[in-house]
Write a protein that binds this ligand. Structure first.
Ligand code: DLL
Length: 421
């Protein structure tokens, strides 16, 4: 599309989005307060007159406060981690599902996949957007899709071998584990040629490792549930920065402290206004992810791109592809009467390349000096409660009250010891 045509399309879709958010009380009030109407948006520069939306706002609207259509038109719901107890809820109309799978299909096509490929989708198929998102995107390309899900790694390797799988989708850390198990099983996975990896940050060193060990070309895939899910940004065969579909997402990089827009080459927070979302339109959504616009156009001809992600503006952790906020852990622990004043979270990557979270928890004095059986019961209760909310298995170690570090300033309760992330 010519740049002027694209800009025209973006502007008209932005205006439509502003009309659509009028059905969401949060936006109706906010825009009225700021005195902005759809007809005031004359150029894309005017985007800066619009307010930001934060994850906290979505939390305040839990569960359906950000839906711009009646629930009868919402045909699917996904969730992702919230910052405290409740998850962030996202909804899709039938049209949304169609547009989302289209975006993923475009990405898969961009890296050369066709209906002749066999695609193993080795991520969680439940509320996580990565599973069904890629499932329908890959089906739309016409690939032969295996909804393999996670776990049972030896069986996954057998499927790759027996079914002649050519492309695999999973988190990069699970891909490392797959490589290791394949080596143990003596399989060099001759059919595999493409790896699509995302949902968590990963380095170029990990990419080289995965390409060598799995025999694939490995592509970075980025997205977040609030913007449909995966499919927001994706690498092309140049493997040098990620492309965003500008007809569907309006992109800004801002200084997270001031909210000012930054230019190419300046690192900041990615802010996205989705242009084609119906059930849950958003304006200037602050992703919390740090990247920058790259200065020059990509040799592939798709012009603009962003750098691979280099961190978060907040303290969100990604453990085995699952987002975890330290505030969630605090919220869960502090609601348990047996838990004392302090806790510490340690994150490691084990020898099988899998993430592990260990939480040291102080218990109240009366429990600590009590029966051992009681301590075991408390420990199990904490593990269970954390697992139910975070959907993640954690190791919990109970410790004596007063034994964990105390902080004078901002508490630093998370020690991330993973290297090569
Ligand atoms: O992780 C969607 C997804 C699924 C993307 C499968 C790619 C593949 P959420 O659970 O909402 O959605 O988590 C979104 O994960 O804000 C980033 O912090 C992080 N993230 C996702 N992809 C990447 C990536 C899915 N390629 C959050 N590099 C985002 C770095 C990533 N971080």
């Amino acid at each position: 599309m010519r740049p002027d045509e694209l800009e025209h399309l973006q502007l008209s879709r932005l205006r439509e989005t502003i009309e659509r958010v009028q059905h969401v009380p949060f936006y109706r009030d906010l825009l009225a307060q700021e005195g902005v109407r759809a007809e005031d948006i004359r150029t894309l520069e005017d985007l800066q007159r619009l307010p930001f939306t934060r994850k906290q706002d979505l939390r305040d609207g839990y569960p359906f406060g950000f839906f711009a259509v009646p629930l009868s038109r919402v045909v699917r719901i996904h969730t992702t981690s919230g910052t405290t107890g409740k998850p962030t809820v996202v909804g899709y109309t039938r049209g949304d599902l169609d547009r989302w799978s289209d975006l993923i299909a475009r990405n898969l096509t961009m890296v050369g996949l066709t209906e002749n490929d066999v695609f193993q989708n080795a991520v969680n198929m439940g509320m996580f957007t990565g599973g069904l998102g890629f499932h329908y995107g890959a089906e739309k390309v016409g690939m032969t899709v295996l909804p393999a899900g996670t776990g049972n790694t030896r069986r996954q390797i057998e499927m790759i071998d027996d079914f002649g799988v050519t492309a695999i989708h999973c988190t990069p850390s699970y891909a490392m584990h797959l490589a290791e198990v394949a080596e143990e099983m003596g399989s060099d996975l001759p059919s595999l040629k493409v790896g699509v990896f995302g949902a968590e940050p990963w380095s170029d060193a990990t990419r080289n490792d995965l390409q060598d060990r799995l025999g694939v070309t490995a592509y970075d895939s980025y997205g977040l549930s609030e913007l449909f899910g995966p499919g927001v940004a994706f690498e092309c065969p140049e493997q040098d920065g990620l492309h965003i579909w500008h007809d569907s997402y309006l992109v800004e990089i801002i200084d997270p402290a001031t909210g000012e827009q930054l230019g190419p080459g300046e690192r900041g927070e990615l802010v996205v206004t989705p242009l084609v979302k119906e059930a849950m339109p958003l304006i200037r959504y602050r992703t919390g992810d740090i990247t920058m616009l790259l200065e020059d156009d990509c040799p592939c001809g798709r012009t603009r791109r962003i750098a691979r992600f280099s961190g978060r503006v907040d303290d969100m952790l990604i453990i085995r592809g699952i987002n975890v906020f330290p505030s969630q852990i605090e919220h869960i622990l502090m609601a348990l009467p047996e838990v004392g004043d302090q806790f510490m979270v340690y994150v490691d990557r084990n020898e099988h390349h899998l993430d592990e979270m260990t939480i040291h928890v102080e218990v109240k004095r009366q429990y600590f000096s009590g029966e051992l059986a009681d301590l075991a019961r408390i420990q199990q209760k904490i593990v269970r409660t954390l697992r139910d909310t975070l959907e993640l298995r954690t190791a919990v170690q109970l410790v004596e009250p007063g034994s964990l570090p105390r902080f004078e300033g901002k508490a630093r309760r998370v020690v991330d010891r993973r290297t090569n992330v």
